[in-house]
Design a protein around this ligand. Structure first.
Ligand code: PA5
Length: 447
């Protein structure tokens, strides 16, 4: 069976055992708070038992929509920002062939928009789509976020001019709140196919709702296997809050015990470039869930061995406030054997006959030993292979662990009040109706 495992021995030597044991007692009660919905932000616990409760009807509906769209689109644009796109992108990029430039094996190529405000990005995207058959989903729980709303306005206009209003409407799927927001109203008026982001699931916890599942299904991946993987982790973790049984509890405890010793930065590491966006998803999940009230571990990410030649120096010898969490993958899906070379001018014949992953594994082991020797604690999370099942397990594992971690820190892991500050200033600067007072105030600051 594909099984996630966690190894913390290379972190334990940096931790005070007494603080670990104290946290172990606390987590028992935090788990009860979570189960009984008594903790902070308990209106947003819809993700907690999502894998075991998601309805077969919804899964079948998503699969039917995916099949319809896959027939007509070579490209599929996912419009969303933050939790409304990172989960889908993390899974799709982890499972995709990175060199597939165009529709392969009937899978549309997935593109992203609404995650930035770059004019050049949108110009280039529209230019590409001029000559391609495409469809899109616009995902916004609030239905009012500026970046996706703006990208959607441009792409809707583009689609309508290209295909006419009726066919354009058939190529648009809106995923938003059940009743509120500009997007819900627009979708209702235009007759788009819609899915609901459940009220009690925040954006960064929404990958196992239609927010993540629809794009993943359209990309050609098995959403049932993904949910099954998450379900396995849910069932394992709900049996006990003991770190001996529950890997999410062990991870949450270890990172919080490290924080108490001054390790304020966590770097999520991979040795598989397709996991790069998994790092991005994790950074958002942990950054938005923990970074508040002047608390929290700063979540960073690095892709090895690439970043060993950029960040490696700092990690080895810079400030000693870092720890690493490695996502290790036991085996690749494919084999590439290193050939023998008669002349051996590059001196690599000592590796002839070995597969590339063997070298990658030795780099992984060598790195973690070097970093631990250099004073960087290391937590290792291992999966057998990158596939739907293991990604489902990882998703649930990290979601539950951040809920435990937030509660151990004493913050509400399910809100993100800090994200509003830049929006307020941007609206004031743009002169958005309703922001007149803020406009006056910000103009004074600029004088
Ligand atoms: O995790 C979150 O809640 C946020 O990152 C949101 O997903 C992000 O701000 C986008 O919000 P919305 O889906 O309302 O457009």
């Amino acid at each position: 069976m594909n099984k996630l495992s966690i190894e913390t021995t290379r972190a334990q030597e940096f931790i005070d055992q007494s603080s670990f044991e104290k946290l172990e007692k606390e987590i028992y009660y935090k788990n009860i708070d979570l189960d009984q919905k008594k903790g902070r932000g308990s209106d947003y616990l819809g993700w907690h038992h999502l894998p075991s409760t998601i309805s077969t009807d919804l899964i079948n509906d998503i699969k039917a929509t995916a099949a319809r769209i896959r027939k007509k689109a070579n490209y599929f644009v996912v419009i969303g920002i933050g939790g409304s796109y990172l989960g889908a992108r993390a899974v799709i990029e982890a499972l995709s062939n990175p060199f597939a430039a165009y529709k392969t094996d009937d899978n549309p190529k997935i593109l992203y928009a609404g995650q930035n405000l770059s004019e050049d990005y949108l110009y280039n995207l529209l230019q590409l789509l001029d000559n391609e058959d495409y469809a899109l989903t616009v995902i916004s729980k609030s239905g009012t976020t500026t970046e996706p709303a703006l990208a959607f306005r441009l792409l809707k206009d583009h689609l309508e001019k290209k295909y006419g209003e009726e066919e354009a409407a058939d190529r648009i799927i809106a995923i938003t709140d059940a009743s509120k927001g500009a997007l819900r109203n627009l979708a209702g008026q235009k007759g788009y196919k819609t899915y609901i982001v459940p009220d009690d699931v925040g954006g960064r916890f929404s990958v196992l709702t239609p927010v993540g599942l629809l794009p993943i299904a359209i990309a050609g991946f098995d959403i049932e296997l993904l949910i099954d993987g998450a379900k396995k982790m849910e069932s394992l973790c709900s049996s006990s809050a003991s770190p001996k049984v529950n890997p999410a509890a062990l991870y949450a405890l270890t990172r919080n015990a490290l924080l108490k010793k001054g390790y304020t930065v966590e770097i999520l590491i991979n040795f598989s470039p397709t996991l790069m966006y998994f790092n991005e998803w994790w950074k958002q999940l942990y950054g938005e869930s923990e970074g508040k009230e002047h608390k929290g571990i700063f979540p960073a990410g690095a892709n090895f061995t690439t970043d060993l030649h950029s960040m490696g120096q700092y990690i080895q010898e810079g400030q000693r406030n870092l720890f690493e969490t490695l996502i290790a993958v036991k085996s690749p899906k494919n084999k590439v054997i290193i050939p023998n070379d008669k002349q051996n001018l590059d001196g690599l014949n000592y590796l002839s006959g070995k597969n590339v992953e063997y070298v990658n594994q030795m780099a992984q082991l060598g790195t973690s030993i070097a970093h631990v020797d250099g004073g960087v604690p290391n937590i290792k999370i291992e999966i057998d292979q990158i596939n739907e099942d293991s990604l489902g397990q990882l998703i649930y594992f990290f979601e539950l662990a951040v809920a435990y971690s937030g509660y151990l820190l004493g913050v509400n892991p399910f809100d993100q009040p800090g994200v509003e500050a830049y929006k307020r200033n941007m609206f004031a600067l743009l002169g958005k109706p309703g922001f007149e007072k803020e406009t006056k105030e910000i103009r004074k600051k600029l004088q």
